[in-house]
Design a protein around this ligand. Structure first.
Ligand code: SAM
Length: 286
């Protein structure tokens, strides 16, 4: 059955075409139940292009080499917030980071923390991580922190790189962090808050498609990966493949953080590469 709105009908065949392109390119599994959402999101793009019908848009999509990526920007779900799933950051501060310090003190580890926020959306997750890590190592000489923040959606990455947020968006940030790591806008920027350079300097935003093995960080290079509320959009096989690549990127003992409704329990191979530390926190054991 076709789905109609003011832009005319999105036929079952055209919906199937979109589903296939999105699945093959970025792994997002648009089920039949998402059809109304697809129509509503693509309608915005049609209005922007001043097009009247989906048929017109399809001709444009097939003839414009850059439109597919733009379409992904409209179809991905980018909900996020600062200090989301706070227990992950508490685990870092109370368990993992003290352990790293101890390792470094005993000469087993470097004073160097490398993290990856995979599916970082508009930046709230990597900047939260940046604040927590920066704060933890403040005054403890010699530590360096680097965060790779990636997404497939170029529009969210653009916003993330500016580091500018509204009053509503910064609501979840504890006051002491806000005071230390954000500048309040004045004049025409009143009502906006911008991350300080000390945060922006340690976060590197990059477009990276998790479905494509190219551009993944080097093997054994990372202490932790945050990939939260991203696996829910993928099917089992895609999740399994990504998990294998994550495992390669982490150092032994490195951590993987997933979203509250996600798990790898049925994806781990027979030899068991992961240990569950807490709900949605996993350690690479081999
Ligand atoms: C719901 S947001 C999660 C944001 C953040 N991790 C959090 O938990 O608050 C999901 C993000 O995954 C991104 N995403 C979806 N498919 C992707 C892919 N194949 N590669 C990289 N990012 C992808 C989306 O663009 C979106 O920004």
């Amino acid at each position: 059955m076709g789905f109609t709105n003011s832009m005319g009908e999105l036929s079952a065949r055209d919906f199937q075409t979109i589903r296939q392109i999105v699945y093959d390119s970025i792994g997002v599994n648009l089920t039949e139940a998402k059809k109304a959402l697809v129509v509503s999101r693509l309608s915005k793009r049609l209005r922007e292009l001043k097009m009247q019908t989906f048929a017109q848009y399809f001709r444009f999509l097939h003839s414009s080499p850059t439109e597919t990526e733009v379409m992904f920007n409209y179809l991905t779900t980018n909900v996020t917030r600062f200090f989301r799933e706070e227990h992950h950051f508490e685990y870092l501060c109370h368990e993992y980071l003290p352990y790293c310090e101890l390792q470094a003190k005993e000469g087993f580890g470097k004073k160097d923390i490398k993290a990856w926020s995979a599916g970082c959306s508009t930046g709230e997750e990597p900047y939260t991580l940046a604040m927590v890590l920066q704060d933890y190592f403040r005054g403890k000489g010699g530590w360096t922190v680097n965060i790779l923040a990636s997404d497939v959606n170029t529009a969210v990455l653009e916003k993330a790189a500016t580091g500018v947020y509204t009053k509503q968006e910064i609501e979840g940030i504890p006051y002491n962090y806000l005071k230390r790591y954000f500048k309040m806008g004045a004049g025409s920027n009143a009502g906006y808050f911008k991350t300080k350079k000390v945060l922006r300097d340690i976060v590197d935003f990059r477009r990276l498609n998790l479905v494509s093995p190219a551009k993944y960080p080097a093997a054994g290079s990372l202490n932790m990966i945050f990939c939260r509320n991203v696996f829910i959009y993928f099917d089992r096989e895609t999740r399994r493949e990504i998990l294998e690549r994550f495992q390669r990127c982490l150092l032994p003992g490195g951590l993987l953080f997933l979203g509250h409704s996600e798990s790898i329990n049925t994806l781990d191979g027979r030899n068991g590469c992961w240990r569950v530390l807490r709900h949605t926190i996993y350690e690479k054991i081999s």
